[in-house]
Write a protein that binds this ligand. Structure first.
Ligand SMILES: [Fe+2]
Ligand SMILES: [Fe+2]
Length: 284
């Protein structure tokens, strides 16, 4: 390799082949909220082109899950900077580990579908502090955006997938992911409960969070709630193997925000409904 050229790095499902891997297996089984996949994927149940498409979808999911670990690693740094209780710090780090375990679940599905679970290790996303507010409000914004909104939408979509998918192996994989993502969404509201008295004593912060939400809702809608230009309804075979209905992305997003996120946030004095109605990509 020419000197100075960066080495190409890949993330796979391979472990280190040392006692670290034994410790990893121990952590994996200790953190797992439900039984692991016991079934074997049967390719005879699906047309080959649909298996192909599903393999590509799970590779993209492996990338997303792997990247999501960074969200919680950065969140952990933020909660440590304001000396949140040890249970809060520990569970945020647990959620980072969950996302790594999710990447491993995706890898297992990709291999079962006949693929190679290998993704390029590119630059990871970084979530820094919100610079236009205090460190406490920055943590609240990060957790509201990451857990109360994003993970809540993920939970609803995974629950839908568990109900719709026909393939028992894929259903088991969705079930494993859902069991953890449920915690990731609930964590946000548990954290708000922990900050309730602090927030009640500072109505200006609750108002500021409402202003932030106007931007956060609009931004997240672009990322998670938009139907792609080439989106078309699924075929029955695509639904059977658990591929998502891309034409449903806007509906599931809006329904989750309106029926779960907004009522949940308003319990803490944050005017989320008004923020949603006035959502705008112009910050501030
Ligand atoms: Fe995940
Ligand atoms: Fe998650």
């Amino acid at each position: 390799m020419p000197q100075g050229e960066p080495e190409a790095r890949w993330l796979t499902a391979a472990l280190s082949d040392t006692p670290i891997a034994d410790e990893y297996r121990f952590v994996d089984s200790a953190l797992r909220q439900c039984e692991t996949i016991a079934l074997v994927f049967d390719p005879a149940l699906h047309p080959p082109e649909v298996i192909d498409k599903a393999r590509r979808w799970w590779l993209a999911a492996m990338r997303t899950e792997y990247d999501s670990a960074s969200t919680f690693i950065d969140m952990a740094t933020q909660v440590r900077q304001i000396a949140e209780p040890l249970d809060v710090q520990t569970v945020v780090l647990r959620m980072a580990q969950d996302e790594l375990r999710h990447a491993a679940i995706c890898a297992r599905v990709i291999e079962a579908l006949g693929g190679e679970a290998k993704i390029p290790a590119v630059q990871l996303p970084r979530a820094g502090l919100h610079r236009d507010c205090t460190a406490d409000e920055s943590v609240l914004r990060t957790i509201i955006y990451g857990c109360c909104l994003s993970e809540m939408v993920n939970v609803v979509r995974l629950a839908k997938s568990v109900g719709e998918v026909a393939d028992p192996f894929i259903r088991d994989a969705f079930r494993l992911l859902l069991a953890d993502e449920r915690l990731h969404a609930q964590f946000g509201f548990h954290y708000l409960a922990h900050r309730r008295a602090w927030l009640e004593a500072r109505p200006e912060i609750a108002r500021s969070l409402g202003r932030y939400l106007r931007y956060a809702f609009a931004q997240l809608e672009q990322v998670m709630g938009a139907v792609p230009a080439d989106g078309r309804p699924r075929t029955d075979a695509e639904r059977a193997i658990g591929l998502p209905d891309l034409t449903d992305l806007s509906t599931t997003f809006q329904e989750t925000i309106l029926n779960a996120c907004i009522p949940g946030l308003e319990r803490f004095g944050i005017e989320a409904g008004a923020a949603w109605r006035r959502r705008s990509l112009t910050p501030g």
